[in-house]
Write a protein that binds this ligand. Structure first.
Ligand SMILES: [Zn+2]
Ligand SMILES: [Zn+2]
Length: 208
């Protein structure tokens, strides 16, 4: 009966899929293509034109509060669907799969193991609109997978950061993002290094 009411369909292409086989059909799952970090700018994670350099021309001219930034996917195909559904209240369970993607890319990046994982705070308007923070859930899931504690920055917890390495989590990576602003704020606590990992690159951000 439940199957008739709620048939299992792929979140992206709406093809029917076997119950309990995940959120995407096999074809859509195969379209999730992990970015190879070797050919990407250390800050914006866009493709490098000159592979002898580690930073693109645009990022060479900027100051960077984060030591490095990376993303798991470029924005095309099913990841766009996943990314927009992550922000819907009833679909918070999707953050588990998203965190597994983050964990896989994190291990591929060979960054140092952070002391803390920290979710990028949402803007007040986004928080009110969504009613929950998908960044929080992603950070909590990732914390369980990597066995690294979650840390939320505040005036009280400020001192705990001194000399520590922090990994910031967000869904989208773009220039002048809330993640960069959050890192900038954190620098006042003198952490050793701040890294930022997002689910996908998002070059044409209109809003966060
Ligand atoms: Zn599909
Ligand atoms: Zn760049």
């Amino acid at each position: 009966m439940m199957n008739l009411l709620f048939p299992s369909v792929c979140l992206h292409c709406y093809q029917s899929i076997e119950k309990n086989s995940g959120q995407f059909c096999a074809l859509c799952l195969s379209e999730f293509e992990f970015i190879d970090p070797r050919y990407r700018c250390h800050y914006c994670f866009q493709e490098l034109e000159n592979l002898r350099k580690r930073v693109c021309q645009v990022c060479q001219k900027k100051r960077h509060p984060l030591h490095r930034q990376a993303a798991v996917f470029d924005p095309s195909g099913p990841i766009l669907t996943l990314s927009s559904h992550l922000r819907s209240m009833g679909k918070a369970y999707l953050t588990k799969g998203a965190s597994a993607f983050l964990a896989t890319q994190f291990l591929d990046l060979h960054w140092p193991k952070p002391d803390f994982i920290s979710p990028t705070p949402l803007s007040l308007s986004q928080k009110i609109r969504q009613g929950f923070s998908h960044h929080n859930l992603m950070a909590q899931n990732l914390s369980k997978i990597l066995k690294i504690p979650v840390f939320k920055y505040s005036k009280v917890s400020h001192e705990k950061l001194r000399g520590c390495t922090v990994l910031l989590i967000a869904d989208r990576l773009f220039s002048n993002s809330p993640m960069e602003h959050y890192a900038e704020k954190m620098l006042a606590a003198h952490p050793a290094k701040i890294f930022g990992l997002a689910l996908m690159t998002y070059p044409n951000a209109i809003n966060s």
